[in-house]
Design a protein around this ligand. Sequence first.
Ligand code: FAD
Length: 346
Amino acid sequence: MWAFARWRGEVMHIVIAGSGIAGITLAETLRKLAPAFSVTVVTRETHGYYSRPMLSHGFSREDVESRIIVKDFAALRETGIRLYQGTDVLALQPDAKTLTVQAAAAGTETLSYDRLVLATGSEAVVPAAFRPEKGTVRVVNSLDDLIGLRRLRQQILAAGRTPRWALIGGGLIGCEVAADLARVGDSVVLYHAQTRLMERQLSEADSSRLLTVLTGQGITVCLPVAVAGVDCGDQGYAVQRDTGTETGFDGVIVACGFRPRIELAVQAGLSTGRGIRVDHFLTTSHPDIHAIGDVAECADGSLYAYVMPVRHQAIWLAGYLAGTVTAPWQVPAFKPRAKVHGFEPA
Ligand SMILES: Cc1cc2nc3c(=O)[nH]c(=O)nc-3n(C[C@H](O)[C@H](O)[C@H](O)COP(=O)(O)OP(=O)(O)OC[C@H]3O[C@@H](n4cnc5c(N)ncnc54)[C@H](O)[C@@H]3O)c2cc1C
C-alpha cells in the first residue's frame, strides 16, 4: 500500500493531463478519497468540463453551448482542484517526474509530480484524401468543433439557404449527427463505406431498421460508398464517389473513427500501440505514469472508448492511488447505446 505510506508522510502530488470525463472524474474522486493529496489538472479546454456525448445532439438544442457544460472550471477549483485551463501539455520528462506546459501567449512552465495521469482522450480521424486543398472539413469531437459548425449553420441560414451537408461515416457518431441535423431541417447525404450502418454496434436487423429511420427523416444514405476524395471550389464542397462527383455541399463532416492522442507518450518513450499501453493497474510502461480513458490501450489490447468504462477506470484509479483499492482494474459489463433520434435497437 505505497499510497498510504506516502500519504501519511508527505503530500502526494497528482497531475492529470486532460479535463474530459476521465480526468475530471479522477480529480473529483481523489479529492473525496484522499483530501490530503494535491490534485492538479492541466487542460487545453477553456469552456469548462463538458459532456462530449452531447456534442452529437448539438444542433437541435438551442441552449446547448451552456447546457453541455457539466461543471465550470471555477466550480472545480472551489473543490480544491488546481486547474490550468487553456494550457497545453507539451512534453513529459518521466525520469525527472516533470512535464512542460504552456498557456496561450505565455511562456512554458515546468510542473513536477509524484504520479502523472494521462487522460488526453482521442481525436477524430480525418483521412488525407478528405483534406481539400482549399476549405476545410469538419469533425464533431470537441465543443470548439460544435461551436464552429453552429456558427457556419447560422451564416448559411442568414443567407436564406437551407444548409446541405455531406457526412462521411455511418458509425455511431455519424448517424447521431446526421439525425440531429435532419431534425433542424438541414439536408444531409450520409456516405458509409460498409454495407450497413453502425455495423460494429448493431445486429443486421437493427442496422436495417436504423436505415429506415434515417431515410424516413429525409436523409439520403449511400451504402456501401467509399468516398475517394473531397474538393472545395466556388460552388461549395464536392464529394468524389464511385459514380462521379456530387457537388453543392455547404460543408463536409467527417465521422470516420477516432485516434487516441499518444504523441506525448511516444515522445517520452512510453510503450504505445493504438493507445498508450497500460497494465491491469492502468499503469504505463513507466511506473509513475498512468493512462485512462480514450487514450489508454488496456492490458487485453482493447480501447474502451465509452463513457461507462472510462468513468469506471477513473474511479478505480482514484481508489488505487488513495490506497483503498488493491485488486486490478476489471472491465465492467457495458453496452454502448446509440442516441439516434427516433431509433431504439430491438
Ligand atoms: C460526438 C461524440 C458522441 C459520443 N457519444 C457517446 C455516447 O453516447 N456514449 C458513450 O458511452 N460514449 C460516447 N462518446 C465517447 C465518449 O465521449 C468518450 O469515450 C469519452 O468522452 C472519453 O473521455 P476522455 O476523458 O478519455 O477523453 P476526452 O473527452 O477526449 O478528454 C480529453 C481531454 O484532454 C485534453 N487534452 C488533450 N491533449 C491535451 C494536451 N496535450 N494538453 C492539455 N490538454 C489536452 C482535451 O482537450 C480534452 O479535454 C462520444 C464521443 C463523441 C466525440
